[in-house]
Design a binder for this molecule. Structure first.
Ligand SMILES: O=C(O)C1=C[C@@H](OP(=O)(O)O)[C@@H](O)[C@H](O)C1
Ligand SMILES: C=C(OP(=O)(O)O)C(=O)O
Length: 445
């Protein structure tokens, strides 16, 4: 799908969609609990559906209801499907969470996935699962077939590849009902996502202990201890609003001519991407917080230096703001962005420079020198939802029209993106095949 945008500033209020990170975790934990759980979740997306599909393949029921999902846990081992196929589609979270879950359940399973997922890092996780008694055919791509049952014990993972490995072992651990230790070496990058996992387990009665420990090589590590208890459902859980996707609108507020508000957000959320408010405040934008909403008012923006270590998913949209801020913005520690749905160091830089930004790569940093306005042009979403959304928001400050090829990539996390874009006054039309139309109904909802 091609989206064609006529530049216009965004203004007004949109509701936050459900956090996909929180939804993955709560649906998985609910499917491993002692009784059914009502997961309140106001929206869905391709990635959440991938996780739901994998759980159903393992024998759980994840039934869509008006306000979310009714999750009935996986059946007893004798009633589970034999060698089910778990299609993770393009979702890194789904693959890295469901692999240890399937291994802990002892389910021989066939994992599949699409696009770049087969090339994204996995061996630090499969090595640990192998050491714990599992075996794999097809590591390094799809299909990946698992054999054997993972034993509880101590797992060791690096902190600087993907926090999803740590979250995956944590989510699986209560299946054992035995004490499980996860030792993470080095600094944990994307650490707020590990905190989200700890929070999800806690809501099902599993309290993880965290301690810093000295390692034999003189460095410090983090030891997570998952107690010897199983998941107990509280009956109903709520998926909170998504800060990672709200960030696109909040940044549009900073870049445009009028305030933009996102409501339905927890201002005390453990989501690291809540730090978009701190980043926008550092740029100089006006930030207004209320109990469940954030409003950003445009102001004179000035670049600054920041690290992407804990907020990788904010980088595309922060780079777009930087492209319009006075002076230079340096976004450090972007190495792991190369292994997302696209190589985001390259695709952020390529896409924004095609739109007229002054942006370059310096090692693992993205360096942006701001300009008063961008020129517009034609870009490709590189099959990456965050690149498509970044381009659509940058388009609001371009002099000329912006064409985004592959704009349907938004469906991975935010099928309602262009509906909300229009609600805020954005001017977009779509081309599929040869016909143009003004509705997103067939392609985005
Ligand atoms: O656990 C999660 O929900 C996520 C963790 C992050 O990945 P990494 O830990 O690989 O950085 C993030 O980029 C991804 O979008 C979602
Ligand atoms: C990287 C992302 O997700 P995942 O790792 O789950 O594919 C994302 O949503 O930007």
């Amino acid at each position: 799908m091609i989206a064609r945008i006529t530049p216009a500033p965004l203004s007004g209020t949109v509701p936050a969609i459900a956090s996909k990170s929180v939804a993955h975790r709560l649906i998985i934990v609910a499917a491993l609990a002692d009784r059914p759980t009502h997961v309140l979740c106001n929206t869905t997306c391709d990635d959440i559906e991938a996780t739901a599909g994998c759980l159903e393949a393992l024998g759980a029921r994840v039934e869509a209801v008006a306000d979310g999902f009714m999750v009935t846990p996986v059946a007893a081992e004798s009633d589970r499907p034999h060698a089910p196929t778990l299609d993770c589609k393009e979702s890194g979270s789904t693959f890295r969470f469901m692999l240890p879950v399937a291994c802990a359940l002892g389910s021989e399973a066939i994992f599949t996935g699409a696009e770049r997922l087969g090339q994204r890092p996995i061996t630090a996780l499969t090595d640990e699962l192998f050491a714990a008694g599992c075996d794999f055919d097809g590591i390094g791509g799809f299909p990946l077939r698992t054999h054997g049952r993972m034993r509880p014990g101590r797992f060791q993972l690096p902190g600087d590849v993907s926090s999803q490995f740590i979250s995956g072992i944590m989510l699986a651990a209560p299946i054992f009902g035995h004490l499980t230790e996860i030792l993470v070496t080095g600094r944990i990058e994307s650490k707020p996502y590990v905190n989200l996992t700890i929070q999800a387990l806690k809501s099902f009665g599993v309290r993880i202990e965290t301690e810093r420990i000295a390692l034999a090589d003189g460095t410090q590590g983090t030891l997570f201890t998952v107690p010897d208890v199983v998941y107990r459902s509280p009956g109903t859980v709520q998926v909170e609003g998504d800060w990672s996707n709200a960030a696109f609108w909040l940044c549009a507020g900073a870049m445009g001519g009028s305030p933009v508000c996102v409501d339905g957000l927890s201002l005390t959320s453990a989501q690291g991407d809540r730090n978009i408010l701190a980043a926008l405040s550092r740029f100089g934008a006006g930030v207004r917080r209320s109990t469940d909403a954030a409003t950003i008012q445009p102001d004179k923006l000035v670049g600054f230096e920041m690290s992407a270590q804990d907020i990788p998913d904010l980088v595309p949209i922060v780079a777009a703001v930087a492209a319009l801020a006075d002076g230079t913005t340096v976004i450090r520690d972007c190495k792991r962005l190369r292994m997302k749905e696209s190589d985001r160091v390259a695709t952020v830089t390529d896409t924004l420079s095609r739109l007229g930004a002054d942006i370059s790569i310096d090692g693992d940093s993205i360096v942006v020198r701001g300009k008063p306005q961008l020129k517009g042009g034609e870009v490709d979403a590189h099959n990456d939802h965050r690149i498509a959304m970044m381009a659509a928001i940058a388009a609001t400050r371009c002099a000329g029209e912006v064409t985004i090829r592959g704009a349907e990539a938004v469906n991975k996390s935010y099928p309602l993106f262009f509906t909300h874009y229009r609600q805020l006054g954005g001017q977009v039309s779509f081309e599929e095949g040869r016909s143009w139309h003004q509705s997103t109904a067939t392609c985005c909802i």
